[in-house]
Design a protein around this ligand. Sequence first.
Ligand code: ZN
Length: 344
Amino acid sequence: MRRVRFIRNPLSTHIGHNVEEFLQELGGPACIFLDGDDTSRTRAFVTLLHGNEPSGAIALFQWLKSGRRPAVNAVCIVASVTAALTSPVFSHRMLPEDRDLNRCFRPPFDDAQGALAEEILEILRLHHPEAVVDMHNTSGSGPAFGVCTHMDRQHDALVSLFTQRLIISNLGLGALMEISEHSYPTVTVEVGGRLDDEAHVLATEGLERYFLAPTVLAQRETDWGLELLRDPIRLELNEGVGLTYAERPSGAHAVTLRPDIEHLNFGVVPRDTALGWATGDIRRLFSALDAGGRCAVSKLVRIENEELYPAMDLKLFMITNNAAIASTDCLFYAVAADGSTILS
Ligand SMILES: [Zn+2]
């Protein structure tokens, strides 16, 4: 059964008046193919893998409204349309009964989300794009960054269309980036917080650069001046450990984080910065694995007088203040303050 609707060169008058109407027109997962000036090459744009991350869909809607033609063919995949349209709009990462689509890009593909992921991979294979950009928002507020599984001049060039910050990470989570990467240069671009207007603006302007540039891949080695963050470690909450965000420790939860913790995104966080409060043994509360698969919890956090601190000077990112996301995904990603890999 095919799940993805195919649409070619939609007219700007047939896509609704705003992004919500645009998604209603699509009605479900869709692949929009745009003929380019040069029809011998194709670039892929994937977005809305997560239904609560609107910037990519907004950017695509704006592009289609503009009626312009891309430099080369563009194959645009808009995935979690149903989750996005489920009321309240743009609030569901996925539907309650579904798996996270960006963890489904590896076998087995045997449920609905797996089948959709497999079909997206098939569409990419069919069009053999010269590059793939997968656009996301972070759930918390914060600056934009790119993510790729390894670094070379192609990834640098692609990311620099959107942002100057690049995370090199290969966590084997089943993300699109990890799989697609084997065939085409693929980057994930996190354009900023899902509720931030500046994220929507960056998405729109970045997509224009991606679609309009005659070449997006580097012909030669170029110094793009990117800030690199290598092999971040995810700090995860162990199952059954209660978490809340509050100004003071909550008796009802083992871990309380400061409500303004997302303001620490991407800055250097010195080891004497209080992150919140926690009671108990850190290894009981948290899990974290370094790139070699060893426990790295004690490299990331420490508890002193029931207050939670970084174990060393760190750079933190993907910090959320949404307890549901933090509990099911992770609290944050961390590298050493100089951007280097943390190893246990
Ligand atoms: Zn996402």
